[in-house]
Write a protein that binds this ligand. Sequence first.
Ligand SMILES: NC(=O)c1ccc[n+]([C@@H]2O[C@H](COP(=O)([O-])OP(=O)(O)OC[C@H]3O[C@@H](n4cnc5c(N)ncnc54)[C@H](OP(=O)(O)O)[C@@H]3O)[C@@H](O)[C@H]2O)c1
Length: 282
Amino acid sequence: MQGKVVVITGGSSGIGQVAAERLSAMGARIVLVARSKSRGEATLGRLRERAPGQTHTVHYGDVSRLADLNRLAAELRSAEPRIDVLINNAGAMFGQRQLTEDGLELTFATNHMSYFVLTNGLREQLAAAGAARVVNTSSHAHYRGKIDFDDLQSQHAYQAFPRYSFSKLCNVLFTRVLARRLAGTGITTNSLHPGFVATRFADQSGGWMARMIGAMKVFAISPEKGAETIVYLASSADVANTSGQYFYKCKPVAPSKLAQDDAAAERLWKESEKLAHFSTSP
Ligand SMILES: NC(=O)c1ccc[n+]([C@@H]2O[C@H](COP(=O)([O-])OP(=O)(O)OC[C@H]3O[C@@H](n4cnc5c(N)ncnc54)[C@H](OP(=O)(O)O)[C@@H]3O)[C@@H](O)[C@H]2O)c1
C-alpha cells in the first residue's frame, strides 16, 4: 500500500476508523470523508501520530445530502488526481422514517445513494490509478432485504431493520452492476459483511431497536476484527483481479438470491441515476 491513496467514508468511527489506521500503517495516504469535525480531526490526529511522514487529509460533508456528495466529489477530484482505493463505508440505521432535503428516505440516501454518487463522481480518478479498487461495506442484513421499486422511499411502510436490510441489499446490487460496468478498466469492486461489530452503529437509531442492538453488543466482535475484510479487499494481492463478489471473513460467499438478480441490479442503477440527476451512459 506504500504511496497508495485511499479515500474512505465513515473513516472517523468504528470499523472504518480501524481500516484507515491499518491501511496507513501499511503505507497508504488516507483521505477521510467525515461528517463530524471533532471525530474527523481526532482521527486525522491519530493517523498523523502513527505515520508522521504521510499527508493524510479530511474532507467534511453529510453523505446523506446530494449537494454535499457533489461538493465532496468535486473537492476530491481537484485534490486527488489519482485514487487507488475508494472505501464506501459510511452507514447507519434509523428508528423513524425521515426524509432528506432531496426528498430521499434517510437510510437509502445515506447507505446507498452516497456509494452511488461518490463512486460515479470519482471514476476518472480511479481510472487514473491504473488498478484501483472500490470496496463497499454491506451487511449480512442484506439476506433479509427486499426491494420494492414502486416504493423506493418507503412511503407506505417503514420499519428500521427491514429498511436497513434493503439498503444493504442495494450495496450488493450496486457492486454487481458496477463490476460489470468496470470490466476491462482495471478497476475492481467488491462488497463485504464485517461481522456483528461493537461500534457506535445503531446508537442513534432510537427506540427499542437501539436498546436491543446495544444489549446484543456484548456478543459482538471488536472493530479491529470487523475491519479485517475491508483491509483485505483494499490491499491483498489475492483479490487484485476479483470483482463483483461479496465477502465475509476475507472469503467470497454467495449473497442472497435477490442480490444476484441482474434485472433488479440494473433497475436500481437506473433509478439511482434519476434520483441523483445524472446519467452514466456514454
Ligand atoms: N457494526 C456492525 O455490526 C455492522 C454490521 C454490518 C455492517 N455494518 C456497516 O459497517 C459500516 C460502518 O459502520 P460501523 O459499525 O463502523 O458504525 P459507526 O461506528 O456508527 O460508524 C459509521 C460511520 O459512518 C459515518 N456516517 C453515518 N452517517 C453519515 C452521514 N450522513 N454523513 C457522513 N458520514 C456518516 C459516521 O460518521 P459520524 O462519526 O459523523 O457519525 C461514522 O464515521 C456501515 O455501513 C454499517 O452499515 C456494521
